[in-house]
Structures are given as C-alpha cells and as structure tokens.
Design a protein around this ligand. Structure first.
Ligand code: 1GP
Length: 234
C-alpha cells in the first residue's frame, strides 16, 4: 500500500524492489459521487492508489468525486486531468501530464502553464509525467479532445524515442496510454522495448480488462497498471 504523501518516492522505491503497483481510474463523467462507494467496493485488494480524471470532466464534478473517495478510503488520490479545469486541491497529487505524442502544443505545454495559478496555491504533489497515446483499436476521447493521432502500435522505435525524449526533458514517470475503453491494450513488445530503454517508472493503461491481461502487462515491464472501465461496467 502506498501512503498519501511522497507518492513519487514510494513508487520509485516499489520499482527498485520490483514490486508492481496497481491503480484504478475513476472518471467523474462516468461515476457519479453517489456511485463512488459501490465502485470502491469492487476494487481489488491490492489497489495502491486511485486516479481521478477524464477527457472532458468539469471541475465541480472532480471536486465532488475526490471528496467522496477521500471520505471512504485512505488510499492516495491522484488527479489525472484532461484539462486545467479538473484541478482540485482535495486530492493528494497530480500527474502533471504532457502529451508528448501528436502535435498539439495546447496539451504539451499550454494547459500546464494555465494550471500554475491553481498549483501554486495547492499542496498537491506534482508528478511530472510524459504521456504517450498509442493506438488501441478505436478512436478514444483523448484523441478527439486533444485533436492528435495515436501512434500506431507498429511504430515501436518512435514510441521508445518519445519516451526517452520525455525522460531527457525531466519527466519522472512515463505513461503509455491506449485510451480508456480501448479495444486492445498496448502490446507487450512495446512495453518491453520502452522499459529496456528508460530509467523511469512505467505506467501502462487503456483496454486492460482481465487479470490475465494485467499480469501480461506487468510481465512485459510495466511498473504500474491502470484499469478503469472494467470497474464501471457492472
Ligand atoms: C485510461 O488508462 C486508463 O486513461 C484506463 O483505461 O478505462 O480502458 O481501463 P480503461
């Protein structure tokens, strides 16, 4: 279990000890505050932290859902914001995401600059994250909102190079994202190739639906697996 402060440091310690980390994504657009308790009841016992966010959620919804989660469990709540309006100081930390794939400066740097006025006033732990969108077999909300194209799964070298560029730019985490509700997750060959080249904790999510898939993703080299949709669909 991960405590609610110095989260990045704890993730790094887990990686050094080769202990895998598991996170569940709660999207406030799909899970209402009154559904939070039943969603939390479905989470696996080994859940280390909760991510909260989505591609188009409004601030108020995020705030209410984070509050509902914090009232029920002690796990760290980390924001996974689709835009600057999803920042709430009620969470413990924020994945400070830069969309390194695609060609949209708005999600590479502009939203981040706009977030500073909120972050300067908060105690959120900032977790600099290189976010790489990979084709998961269907057009996902991230592609639509960011107006960028996911990288085909055949472009392994390109994905590795983006991950390394993120590392050299000072990111502390790399997130390989097939998109929420993806038809298929990021392939093991890609995860393996990226993990072999980078020295950072590797997060993988999107389209992971079963325990078997989760273990395959860990075995390929992911340090943190994120699952979301599967816990909503009951
Ligand atoms: C999306 O990686 C997360 O950002 C989770 O994806 O909802 O497909 O599990 P799923």
């Amino acid at each position: 279990m991960i405590a609610q402060s110095h989260i990045l440091q704890q993730i790094q310690q887990n990686v050094n000890l080769q202990k895998k980390v598991f996170a569940v994504l709660i999207d406030p657009d799909k899970v209402k505050s009154e559904e939070v308790a039943s969603t939390l009841n479905r989470l696996p016992e080994d859940t280390d932290f909760i991510l909260v966010g989505g591609s188009c959620v409004e601030n108020l919804k995020t705030d209410v859902v984070v509050k509902a989660i914090k009232a029920l469990i002690d796990l760290p709540v980390i924001l996974f914001p689709g835009n600057v309006n999803q920042i709430t100081s009620k969470a413990d930390a924020i994945l400070f995401l830069s969309l390194m794939s695609g060609d949209n400066p708005e999600y590479l740097i502009h939203q981040q600059v706009k977030s500073i006025k909120f972050l300067k006033q908060s105690t959120l732990e900032i977790m600099p994250t290189g976010y790489i969108l990979i084709d998961g077999g269907k057009t996902t909300a991230v592609e639509k909102i960011s107006k960028t194209q996911a990288i085909p799964q055949t472009e392994i070298n390109q994905i590795v190079n983006i991950a390394l560029a993120a590392q050299y730019s000072g990111k502390q985490l790399i997130y390989l994202e097939a998109g929420s509700g993806a038809r298929f997750p990021v392939k093991p060959e890609i995860i393996k190739a990226v993990k072999q080249q980078i020295d950072l904790p590797l997060i993988v999510g999107g389209g992971i639906k079963t325990e078997k898939q989760r273990q395959m993703v860990y075995e390929a080299g992911a340090d943190i697996v994120v699952m979301g949709t599967v816990f909503e669909e009951i």
